[in-house]
Design a protein around this ligand. Structure first.
Ligand code: UD1
Ligand code: CA
Length: 457
């Protein structure tokens, strides 16, 4: 089947009370529309056409121009039928059209496949679902034999029709030629004075079409976002599903309701994740990785046996096997730790390579550095990598020992096996194996008396 997808996204989303168009609001750090586009792409369609609203140029701007999406502006929102009609001239040579909504983000590929399957037998297939409370939705009207007759909108329905619990999700697949014809015959003689896409059902039935339906496994898949409360509900539902899938894969989530995955996570065996952890982007966790509470891990590769203790923020970094990070460590982009490393509390590391077994245990800033094997960096060490205009590199050889509270003013090289005395400010390269220190001589003042308080005050 040559399929064209039309995504309706012209709605203003007034109830979001936001300057951002509704479809750009984020669920799991991806815009609602991005979810729908990503799902559509999995169907391998000929085209994806997105109908966006007047003044909503920020919507197409949020997508790359080389994604091949086709953008159609609907200047006035005259109804869902009008919106699909606007997309028709942009449609290439396709047989069928799938209509999706940009504000219904969680529709699953399996559900769309069953809808498309239903449309292979006929010229119009609808996605419907039974709801305990159908208020607000269009109702599916069937005849005595159970054949679909038409869809009636809430505002146009009689009391009997309002009692129908099978509702229109809005998603449908139609034969392109027939849809074009039906849409040309839709009018706006209804309670809302809109061109209803749903009116094509009655026209199809009159043309002798046997309208088929498909249904989702779970009604949440077809829930739209109209306000921030609904967005938050869908986020929780989505996160719960992701957590469930990870637990099925063997991940120990200490509390699945306090775990957020905003991207893709691949895991080894026996991974344990404590509460309030946020995983973003592409993250890989090896076997037996432990992540402590309140940590944020973004675009990282974390090898076997690594322990991330509580309250760490790690971004665009590679953490080698059996390293221990945290608590309260910040590891910034471009950091590579070879393995068996220790990064302790209040340590910030940026764009640095740190070879096997080296430790930065407390209160340090390591930026633009290349650190060898078995190095010990004492508390409060700072690589002074920035002169206010440019960044410079610090190189520390294998087995060097940097005394506490040292400043290494880059560009500078510390020789292998060198020891830097505590409190030194190192401005030139230091030789290997020996002690270097820069520190003013200590002296004591015998005559000095500690001041005392003035007795009159
Ligand atoms: C529509 C259906 C209703 C269904 C419900 C499911 C019609 C007439 N009714 O009702 O049967 O139960 O969805 O949620 O189709 N849009 C445009 N341009 C427009 C109008 C709408 O792009 O001119 C987009 C909206 O941004 C939204 C979608 O189409 O994504 C649905 O529009 P909405 O106004 O929410 O339709 P409902 O009245 O809820
Ligand atoms: Ca709606």
């Amino acid at each position: 089947m040559k399929l064209g997808v039309v995504i309706l996204a012209a709605g203003r989303g007034t109830r979001m009370r936001s300057s951002l168009p509704k479809v750009l609001h984020r669920l799991a750090n991806r815009s609602l529309l991005r979810h729908v586009v990503d799902t559509s792409n999995k169907l391998d369609p000929e085209q994806i056409i997105i109908v966006f609203g007047h003044g909503g140029e920020v919507v197409p701007q949020a997508f790359s121009s080389d994604e091949g999406l086709i953008w159609v502006e609907q200047e006035q929102q005259l109804g869902t039928g009008h919106a699909v009609d606007q997309a028709l001239p942009a449609l290439a040579d396709v047989d069928h059209i799938l209509v999706l909504y940009g504000d219904v983000p969680l529709i699953r590929i399996e559900t769309l496949s069953s809808l498309i399957q239903a449309a292979t037998e006929t010229d119009l297939a609808l996605l419907t679902v039974g709801l305990e409370n159908p208020a607000g939705y269009g109702r599916i009207v069937r005849d005595a034999q159970g054949r679909v007759q038409r869809i009636v909108e809430q505002k146009d329905a009689t009391a009997d029709e309002l009692a129908i619990t099978e509702i229109n999700t809005g998603f449908l697949v139609a034969d392109k030629k027939r849809l074009t014809d039906w849409l040309s015959r839709v009018d706006n003689n209804n309670a809302q004075k809109e061109y209803y896409l749903t009116d094509i059902v009655e026209l199809a039935v009159a043309d002798g079409v046997d309208v088929k339906v498909a249904q989702p496994d779970d009604a949440t898949e077809v829930m739209g976002v109209n306000d921030r409360s609904q967005l938050a509900q869908l986020e929780r539902y989505y996160q719960r599903n992701r957590a469930e899938a990870l637990m099925q894969q063997g991940v120990a989530l200490l509390d699945p309701s306090r775990f957020d995955l905003r991207g893709e996570l691949t895991v080894g065996q026996d991974v344990e994740i404590d509460i309030n952890v946020i995983i973003e982007g592409q993250v890989e966790l090896g076997n037996s990785v432990r992540i402590g509470a309140n940590s944020v891990i973004r675009n990282c590769c974390i090898a076997d046996g690594v322990q991330i203790l509580e309250n760490c923020v790690i971004e665009d970094a590679t953490i080698g096997a059996e390293s221990v990070i945290g608590p309260f460590s910040r590891i910034r982009p471009g950091t590579w730790l070879a393995g068996k490393n220790k990064v302790g509390n209040f340590v910030e590391i940026k764009k640095s390579d740190i070879d096997a077994g080296s430790k930065v245990s407390h209160l340090s800033y390591i930026g633009d550095a290349v650190v060898g094997k078995g190095v010990n960096i004492g508390a409060g060490t700072i690589t002074c990598n920035y002169d206010g205009a440019n960044k410079f590199q610090t190189i520390i050889g294998d087995n060097a020992f940097i005394g506490s509270d040292s400043q290494l003013v880059a560009p500078v090289t510390i020789g292998a096996g060198a020891t830097i005395g505590a409190g030194s400010t190192i401005t030139t390269d230091t030789p290997p194996e020996i002690l270097t220190l820069s520190r003013s001589k200590q002296f004591s003042v015998k005559s000095w008396k500690r001041p005392v308080k003035n007795p009159k005050t």
